[in-house]
Ligand binder design. Sequence first.
Ligand SMILES: Cc1cc2nc3c(=O)[nH]c(=O)nc-3n(C[C@H](O)[C@H](O)[C@H](O)COP(=O)(O)O)c2cc1C
Length: 330
Amino acid sequence: MIKKLTPLRIGEVRVDFPVVLAALAGYSDLAYRLICRRLGAGYCATEMMLDRLLLIEGKLRRRLVKITDEDHPVAGQLLGNAPAVMARAAVVLCEMGFDVVDLNFACPVRKTLRRRRGGYLMCRPDLALEIVRAVMAVSSRPVTLKLRRSFDEADRDNEAFWEIASGALEAGVAGLCVHGRSVEAKYTGPADWKFIASVKRKFPDATIIGSGDLFAPADALRMLEETGVDGVAVARGAIGNPWFFRQVRDIAAGREAYKPGLAEQREVIASHFDHVCELYGPRRGPRAMRKFGIKYARIHPHPREVRNAFVDVKNAGQWRDVLEKYYADR
Ligand SMILES: Cc1cc2nc3c(=O)[nH]c(=O)nc-3n(C[C@H](O)[C@H](O)[C@H](O)COP(=O)(O)O)c2cc1C
């Protein structure tokens, strides 16, 4: 069992509990961050945001960078490949009140790689470090990196990783979030926790956050213990189970993991729905919630039936009908 859980430190930012919400495109928007925070997530990252989009004032930027008083500390994650543009976008994040600027050198999506962004930078340490230095020069907030262990699956020496990690830490970044898969592997195969442990061993004084295969609350504690990292970022395990954070806290304190009843699930899903409609508007909101409904259904006693019901939802009325029909406490 875990010996001692210490708060997470990211530069001057303190996070009371070291299990945090990972950056999740399509999921870790303001609405879901607020829900996760109420259920125990002390630190969250935004979805990755294309640097160029943050330089254009308008509706999209307003939505992307929207944070509320409740949504702190929060990392704004940037995606891009031009050092000067990344730096300008970092300034926007600082001005908008983000607590941390996080740089994505990890995204494995084909379109992102084709545009030489995200995970592509794992095979361009020179450019990655140029970006780091450009952002560090202008950021008034701590800067962190999201990295994968390598670009190619076959590269077991992870040379580019070490070059980027050492160079960035020398340049003064406040921490690294390490996903223990190669870019090429995308999400297949197990995440390499031994590699994550070796990163912490190599940089004992740096803040290292581990990522990969945290599907159940106990996995989060196991990663902390087995790898020695300072924090862990929960991704797929938290989609549709925002109680994950409360459950980890329970287990860490020696209690049984909390299980929300149907009435509470309904209340949380309804609140999430309201936040989503506020963020995306009443027309886009119900559709934007569909993918969450599908995930929320997984912890319902009748997952398949509820999933199908959520898939068919097109408007707020139908959404409320599903909650009414399947989430009434019997
Ligand atoms: C749907 C989805 C979206 C993701 N979006 C991002 C993102 O925007 N930025 C990022 O750094 N990582 C992103 N990731 C990677 C996760 O943060 C995490 O590193 C990865 O899923 C491994 O953790 P897991 O195995 O516990 O899910 C995403 C992963 C998924 C599944």
